[in-house]
Write a new protein. Structure first.
Length: 291
């Protein structure tokens, strides 16, 4: 079974390389990746895929394997090389040792409570909390924990916003609002604000907060700095369901991002190669403001 998966990884890795883009049997994930790279004048020059088995169950002559595929893409753009990484949860089924099914497992979406919206606060000058956002520390945290989980913090099944909040906190962003979950941005033992852990709530917080952790919306991704945040509404229905943090720039000065849930590192910001992408996708670009 391990040998079969490794052979599968080897074949798939070849399909991601830009020089093989004319193959007719290309893995759909590779097609998305190649098309997205081509649109920004980038070439995927080498890919390495490794696997980690998470759970293995057997019944009669059938075997079901839940595993993680770790993709490493060496990307070249205008003479610049950088490494992008991504983790994908997959489910494989075998019959008598032969692979009969292999598909991506999509994480359960964290449902936003219907009544949760940002609650305006009576913010006064005396309530202000002075801080300077340390972008380097935020990025260092995102690099350290992009594919693992800091045991100091609670882990969520849909962990993208929790991860971004941890990065912001590592950069010195002050928490406030406890114990009202609909107010502020905070984590306290086993309780947290909606904005700490829910993608749509953090987007609303950024748009409305006037003290403590604050952010300013900008019109385009090239205006973002390292440590800034991008919010994603994949369906374009007004409810944002993913967040990433800027950890680098490509050869054109556009953001590369780290994220959890779909654990990824130095991924191109637009997510056009994601299985969650739709033509209706909307973005919000937020730069963190010092207080």
């Amino acid at each position: 079974m391990r040998v079969v998966l490794q052979e599968l990884f080897t074949k798939r890795a070849e399909q991601f390389v830009s020089t093989n883009r004319n193959r007719h049997d290309t893995f759909s994930k590779a097609e998305r990746k190649l098309e997205a790279a081509s649109r920004r004048s980038a070439d995927i020059v080498k890919v390495n895929i490794t696997g980690k088995i998470m759970k293995n169950t057997s019944e009669d002559e059938f075997e079901t394997v839940k595993y993680q595929a770790h993709y490493q893409y060496l990307i070249k753009q205008r003479g610049k090389l950088y490494l992008e990484e991504e983790i994908e949860d997959r489910l494989a089924k075998f019959y008598k040792g032969s692979l009969i099914q292999d598909e991506e497992m999509f994480p359960i979406q964290f449902q936003v409570p219907p009544a949760v919206e940002y609650m305006p606060e009576n913010e006064t000058q005396r309530d202000r909390i002075s801080y300077q956002y340390d972008r380097l520390k935020a990025v260092q945290y995102a690099e350290r924990w992009w594919n693992s989980y800091n045991p100091v913090y609670k882990r969520f099944e849909n962990d993208c916003t929790n991860f971004i909040s941890q990065c912001l906190r590592s950069g010195g962003a002050p928490m406030r609002g406890y114990p009202n979950r609909g107010t502020g941005w905070w984590l306290q033992t086993n309780n947290w604000s909606y904005s700490w852990a829910i993608a749509h709530s953090l987007r609303l917080y950024f748009s409305n907060s006037k003290l403590g952790l604050r952010a300013q919306e900008v019109g385009s991704p090239d205006q973002l700095l390292l440590g800034d945040v991008i919010c994603y509404d994949f369906e374009g229905d007004g409810r944002f369901n993913h967040n990433t943090i800027v950890t680098g720039k490509d050869a054109y000065g556009l953001p590369l991002v780290n994220a959890h849930t779909y654990n990824s590192r130095q991924r191109y910001w637009a997510y056009e190669d994601s299985s969650a992408y739709t033509p209706n996708i909307k973005y919000k670009f937020f730069t963190i403001v010092d207080e």
